[in-house]
Design a protein around this ligand. Structure first.
Ligand SMILES: Cc1cc2nc3c(=O)[nH]c(=O)nc-3n(C[C@H](O)[C@H](O)[C@H](O)COP(=O)(O)OP(=O)(O)OC[C@H]3O[C@@H](n4cnc5c(N)ncnc54)[C@H](O)[C@@H]3O)c2cc1C
Length: 413
């Protein structure tokens, strides 16, 4: 029995595990090599409801809890991190801000399209001059009569090419700095129109696309290569007033809250990667013989894997605990940062060890561990670097030391 999971989570985990093994595992190496977005399997996941796992049924989601979503991301990452980040970024970054901060009308307009997986969503915070210090946003929104005029460049945006609905931040009152940042929803057509129309997923022609919003350069990345990462360009975009998400000036605080949930997702993805790497290393060292023995029989080998398995359990518990707190409506910003920090660094250690234990073949694409190692690195960067997680944790520590109550809102990125 798992302390944070019930039978329904374990059954769901088995379902996702089987799908990942049977449908995703055979496709992942070629998708990675070609840096190709996995539309076919995304469609299959959408049909299963997995693009809206923790979204209430009344908005088109599965109505499950965050732990269900977390175990799904973990299981996908065990086989392929690109599929896992697609589900994770779409759900926590693309859909949840509209659900959490939108009006009822905005929720009804956009969330069902996202939760049913008819289109993909994303979140545009990072800019050339605003990364770890996301309050430095230069994207500017100026009100002009019945609309906002928004101009700026967002970079490294997951799904900026393939997706259609995005929440972005823009400065509406520079004199108020971070408190002058507001969120907006913008829509643009997917760059894969032919493919999505043929598949019947990924494009909603009925969406009111925002004039002046388009995808920019596609990144050629080290890892997460089958995940879509591009610039999102706002070129004097004409954004209707009813696309403003939440109150003016609350965009930054709301994005920080969104990132807390996103970090639990990246922690789960990292645990999945580490688990996948452990399993590859176990399999290989139990078969490969050197010096007249299986590699596994050398204590220098099995001690390292025993240590790794122990760390993975610790990371998993940190992650499930953060998701449990979220499911129970309790503050989880500190736990999310701890889980993300620990698990992303663990994923890097685990995948590097797996490559080492496989020796020369580990360094080739005959085995998945080199892809896992490349995929693990970005877990220490995206949704707040490891250094940023340490800042967040340190601020919580200082507050605790000062005897302040657990803060109800999240810390900066
Ligand atoms: C594949 C991928 C997908 C992404 N998806 C999205 C997305 O969907 N939406 C989005 O908005 N963003 C996205 N990002 C952006 C990501 O969140 C940023 O890259 C990240 O927050 C770091 O910002 P930066 O790259 O500007 O690095 P910088 O902020 O320039 O940091 C560079 C280095 O300096 C360190 N550093 C910075 N400040 C300090 C300090 N005070 N003390 C110590 N060290 C410090 C950092 O930790 C890092 O090691 C994505 C990035 C990647 C690579």
């Amino acid at each position: 029995m798992e302390p944070y999971l019930g039978r329904e989570h374990l059954e769901f985990r088995e379902e996702v595990r089987a799908f990942a093994r049977e449908r995703i595992r055979p496709l992942a190496p070629a998708l990675d090599r070609r840096a190709e977005f996995p539309w076919e399997t995304v469609k299959e996941m959408a049909l299963r409801g997995w693009l809206g796992i923790p979204i209430p049924e009344e908005y088109g989601g599965m109505g499950r809890d965050h732990r269900s979503y977390i175990v799904a991301v973990e299981e996908l990452a065990r086989v392929d991190a690109s599929h896992a980040i697609t589900v994770s970024a779409h759900t926590t970054l693309g859909t949840s801000p509209i659900l959490a901060f939108g009006t009822e009308e905005q929720r009804r307009r956009w969330v069902p399209l996202l939760a049913r997986g008819r289109v993909l969503g994303g979140f545009g915070l990072t800019e050339p001059g605003a990364g770890s210090d996301a309050s430095r946003t230069r994207t500017r929104a100026v009100r002009e009569g019945d609309h906002w005029r928004i101009h700026g460049t967002k970079i490294f945006i997951t799904h900026a090419g393939v997706g259609e609905i995005f929440t972005v931040t823009a400065m509406t009152d520079p004199s108020r700095e971070a408190r002058g940042i507001t969120s907006f929803v913008v829509c643009k057509p997917t760059v894969d129109l032919d493919r999505t129309q043929a598949l019947g997923v990924g494009h909603a022609p009925e969406l009111a696309f925002t004039p002046g919003v388009r995808a920019g350069k596609k990144e050629d990345k080290l890892g997460w290569r089958a995940s879509d990462t591009r610039e999102l360009l706002l070129e004097d975009a004409r954004v209707p007033l009813d696309h403003q998400l939440g109150a003016e000036g609350e965009g930054f605080v709301n994005f920080m809250k969104t990132l807390d949930a996103g970090r639990v997702g990246v922690a789960a993805l990292s645990v999945g990667l580490a688990q996948g790497a452990l399993e590859e290393a176990l399999r290989y060292t139990q078969e490969r013989e050197q010096f007249g023995k299986k590699l596994w029989e050398f204590q220098a080998v099995h001690f390292r894997l025993a240590d790794l398995a122990t760390e993975i359990e610790a990371g998993r518990l940190l992650t499930y605990r953060a998701a449990w707190l979220q499911d129970h409506g309790q503050p989880f910003g500190r736990e999310a940062a701890m889980a993300k920090l620990f698990c992303s660094e663990l994923a890097m250690r685990a995948t590097t060890l797996a490559v080492q234990l496989l020796g020369g073949v580990g360094y080739t694409d005959d085995y998945p561990v080199e892809r896992m190692m490349r995929d693990a690195k970005v877990c220490e960067i995206g949704e707040g670097t490891s250094e940023v997680q340490r800042m967040v944790i340190a601020r919580h520590l200082a507050r605790g030391f000062a005897g302040e109550d657990e803060p109800s809102r999240s810390e900066g990125s």
